[in-house]
Design a protein around this ligand. Structure first.
Ligand SMILES: [Fe+2]
Length: 269
């Protein structure tokens, strides 16, 4: 990244980069923040090695480089020393019952989903418990121009009936969204939240969704992080889907913050 002491190391072909040179607690200039936000939109997920577990103040400051920080899904943080919903904790929300191990973007059924999520590892299993991300830009680009054109004009119903653990929510979104930073189109369907296409008969809708959910599984779209305490991941909710890997026992605690999103821009708007 030119002009700063931060460097970007891409991880896989389509998605992910390690950011080297960020020091916890040093603060960041608006210029650094702008560069990181650009890198986030381009690579989908950024990884940082803090070298140690951050305290909440440091973590909050770090998250602020990516936008307006919230707790979970628009929940305001009233006390920066004691966040209301601080952790993804496997003893509270185990992966399988909560479908954390299925592809999704957080807040998909909300009218304005968050832009980014930021996780910092506090306690991780000795083996397993990785997180995977899939590039929805790569997923869209790999479709035929015929299917791209069709999906560009379609809308989806997103709800949380399958996950079921949050207040019931439902919202209609574009099937393809345009990232406002890069202008790239991102496939926006996922198997946790997308219930169907608007104005499409159920049999057609189900068949197309089955194909797209399978399409997201293509390894060339993916990157995977083996967590260590002090590792941090920041991901863009429009550009990527993510999932945990439910192959571990024992505690897994990751501190989490969310950054406010903007209204989604459809491909044909
Ligand atoms: Fe998630």
């Amino acid at each position: 990244m030119k002009g700063t002491d931060l460097t970007l190391e891409p991880v896989s072909g389509a998605i992910g980069a390690w950011v080297r040179g960020y020091e916890l607690g040093v603060g960041a200039s608006p210029d650094t923040s702008a560069r990181l936000q650009r890198a986030l939109a381009e690579r989908g997920v950024l990884f940082f090695d803090f070298g140690r577990v951050p305290d909440f103040g440091e973590f909050f400051e770090f998250a602020g480089m990516f936008g307006k920080v919230q707790g979970e899904f628009g929940q305001e943080i009233r006390d920066r020393k004691q966040p209301a919903t601080p952790f993804i904790d496997s003893s509270v929300t185990p992966m399988k019952p909560f479908r954390i191990n299925h592809w999704h973007a957080d807040g998909g059924p909300l009218p304005v989903p968050p832009r980014a999520a930021i996780l910092a590892a506090h306690e991780v299993p000795e083996t397993g418990g990785d997180t995977m991300w899939a590039s929805m830009v790569a997923a869209y680009d790999a479709l035929s121009p015929h299917l791209q054109r069709m999906l560009d004009g379609m809308r989806i119903v997103n709800n949380n009936r399958r996950t079921g653990f949050l207040e019931p929510r439902e919202h209609i979104h574009p099937a393809v969204v345009v990232n406002p930073v890069t202008g790239r189109k991102c496939l926006f369907v996922d198997p946790n939240y997308t219930a169907g296409f608007v104005d499409v008969p159920e049999a057609e809708s189900d068949a197309l969704l089955r194909f797209l959910f399978e399409h997201i599984n293509t390894p060339e779209f993916h990157v995977r992080l083996r967590w260590k305490p002090g590792y941090c991941a920041v991901w863009h909710q429009q550009v990527t889907k993510h999932r945990g890997v439910a192959d571990f026992t024992g505690p897994r605690k990751l501190q989490r913050l969310t950054v406010d999103g903007e209204p989604l821009l459809g491909a044909t708007q």
